[in-house]
Design a protein around this ligand. Structure first.
Ligand SMILES: O=C(O)CCC(=O)C(=O)O
Ligand SMILES: [Fe+2]
Length: 559
């Protein structure tokens, strides 16, 4: 995620803390001092439910009750309903030591107290969100939030980490470790609460030692507190957010429920925890990523620190089977990096980004494959058996629809002509430092010129996740083998295809190069590897993928 935050910038804006000081030093009633661009809120537009009205407060969850076997299941049920109905709760008895929280609070306060020049030592650079500045500013006419933020991402690029106060880094690190562990425990109880394995959700967010953190500084606005917003209505793009409000006497967070804004009265020593977009999607809507915003106090500053739990890098985020339990998927699966890029590239706008996810999203391969059918056709194995049981000359038995190939139309170079064979790449030589660079060069040229190669002694290639796999059965066709095709000419849509030919005595795969079809003579114990569309695109023209029509010959004959 750090990568995404680093790659997606925000247009530079005035420092709001300084702007507020200038405005606030003028007399009351001088409204014009607050630039028009910050006046975003119409005070009478939506109903706001004040803090302190207990019946409407966001739920309070007690971690000690979650842990205690006697109260665990009832508190778990409360947690699940809080995450569904509100998307927010306050967490008490969480076990994070007061001192850890206290140190973080005082160091963050100290950081923002420094003169602008000192804070700007950590200023964001163009094109990146990391550091001190603002986010989500994408156009010069866009309305602006009345806040500054310090965003040290989870990658811990120390150039953006304050050195003053000197204990800042240590306080943040210690706090992060505690809060991350806490977040993981909360995720376990959330999973348990919906009847899934406790590890199922935690696993989606585990792995990173650190997480993204953002310190929000909201200066007071004496002239127009009811017309500016500290942070515009939004949902969090991540999975779970653990928010610490630094000054508990200033209530700024508001959460939207049933069309009304509820002011959150942060309890002393409690965390405010909320569900983000990724968790709404993973839970298939069992948990809700709820719109929230921060309002501004007329005379008091407010600071909050949000710790964002992002899914593991490169995750395809979609409803998790453990949580969906056979329900229909209500969300598309999406490459999370892409989702985040879109999130950062737009102005904060309520649930808009998440809503898009429900409507279209970016389907992953597996979903695309599941959603797109193919018209039903005759079973070819059975058809071939019928045809082949008749006499050799009985060509008519092969239905016309299968006779597509004109045997003499294109030149075919037979297998076995080793000058023309697709290259053979030896993985042992790739690994061996003595031969690695020459074998690497051979690999690159194989990918560029042929788009195909056979890697001998393949080891450790099938690592990591599972992948799509297709088993092709090509029946023999005694009557018209030179007129039918096992698979029409095509290139593969994925990144890389690893092909295993089951019966190496039957050569069926042909590869097109320079207008000729080359028959591939599969070597014993080798895989056939080919470059697919996605890899060609990713590497512009340096790699090529070649059409490959396996011909029907007598592959699998005799089976
Ligand atoms: O400051 C707050 O209370 C809310 C902050 C927030 O929503 C965020 O950082 O995403
Ligand atoms: Fe937020």
């Amino acid at each position: 995620m750090a990568e995404t935050a680093r790659e997606t910038g925000s247009l530079p804006v005035t420092n709001v803390q300084v702007l507020a000081e200038t405005c606030n030093s003028k007399g009351v009633g001088v409204d014009l001092q607050v630039p028009e661009r910050y006046l975003t809120k119409d005070p009478s537009a939506e109903e706001v439910v004040a803090a302190g009205d207990n019946t409407c407060a966001i739920p309070v969850i007690d971690l000690s009750r979650l842990v205690d076997p006697l109260s665990s299941s009832s508190e778990c049920a409360k947690l699940v309903s809080a995450c569904h109905d509100w998307g927010f709760f306050q967490l008490i008895n969480h076990g994070v030591p007061d001192q850890v929280i206290g140190n973080l609070k005082s160091d963050v306060v100290e950081f923002f107290k420094q003169p602008l020049e000192d804070k700007e030592e950590c200023a964001q650079r163009p094109g990146s969100l990391e550091g001190y500045g603002q986010a989500f500013v994408v156009s010069e006419d866009q309305k602006l939030d009345w806040a500054d933020m310090l965003y040290p991402t989870e990658s811990r690029d120390m150039r953006f980490w304050p050195t003053r106060p000197p204990s800042f880094r240590n306080s943040v690190d210690t706090y992060s470790l505690e809060a991350i562990e806490l977040g993981h425990r909360v995720l376990e109880f959330m999973a348990k609460g919906v009847g899934a394995e406790p590890a199922s959700l935690r696993g989606a967010f585990q792995g990173q030692a650190t997480q993204g953190m953002r310190a929000n500084y909201y200066p007071p606005c004496r002239q127009a507190a009811d017309r500016v917003l500290g942070i515009s209505p939004h949902t969090d793009a991540n999975g779970l957010t653990v928010l610490l409000q630094i000054n508990d006497d200033v209530h700024g967070l508001q959460v939207k429920k049933d069309g009304r804004w509820f002011t959150v009265e942060a309890m002393d020593g409690a965390f405010i925890v909320n569900v983000g977009d990724a968790l709404e999607v993973m839970s298939n809507g069992k948990f809700t990523s709820v719109e929230h915003r921060a309002v501004i106090h007329p005379i008091k500053e407010r600071i909050s620190v949000a710790l964002f739990f992002f899914p593991v890098p490169n995750m395809i985020v979609g409803p998790l089977p453990e949580l969906t339990k056979g329900d229909k998927s209500r969300y598309r699966s999406t490459n999370y990096q892409d989702y985040l890029k879109q999130f950062y590239a737009a102005k904060l706008d309520g649930r808009k980004q998440l809503a898009k996810q429900r409507e279209r999203g970016i389907p992953i391969m597996a979903e695309a494959a599941r959603e797109m059918g193919s018209l039903p056709v005759t079973n070819v194995q059975a058809l071939a058996e019928t045809c082949n049981s008749n006499g050799v000359d009985d060509d008519l038995q092969v239905p016309e629809r299968y006779l597509i190939k004109e045997p003499s139309a294109e030149e075919v170079v037979a297998g076995g002509d080793s000058n023309c064979a697709i290259p053979v790449i030896d993985l042992d030589r790739l690994v061996d430092p003595r031969s690695s660079s020459s074998e690497c060069a051979k690999l690159v040229s194989a990918c560029r010129h042929w788009g195909f190669f056979q890697p001998a002694s393949l080891r450790g290639v099938f690592q990591g996740q599972t992948q799509g796999m297709r088993v092709n059965y090509y029946p023999a066709c005694r009557q018209a083998a030179d007129r039918v095709l096992g698979l029409s000419p095509h290139s593969d849509p994925g990144g890389l295809t690893l092909l295993l030919q089951i019966n190496n005595d039957v050569h069926g795969l042909q590869v097109k190069k320079d207008g000729k079809w080359f028959a591939v003579e599969a070597m014993d114990d080798a895989f056939i590897v080919n470059v697919d569309d996605a890899l060609e695109v990713a590497h512009a023209s340096s790699l090529s993928r070649t059409s490959s029509p396996p011909v029907a010959h007598f592959r699998l004959a005799g089976l």
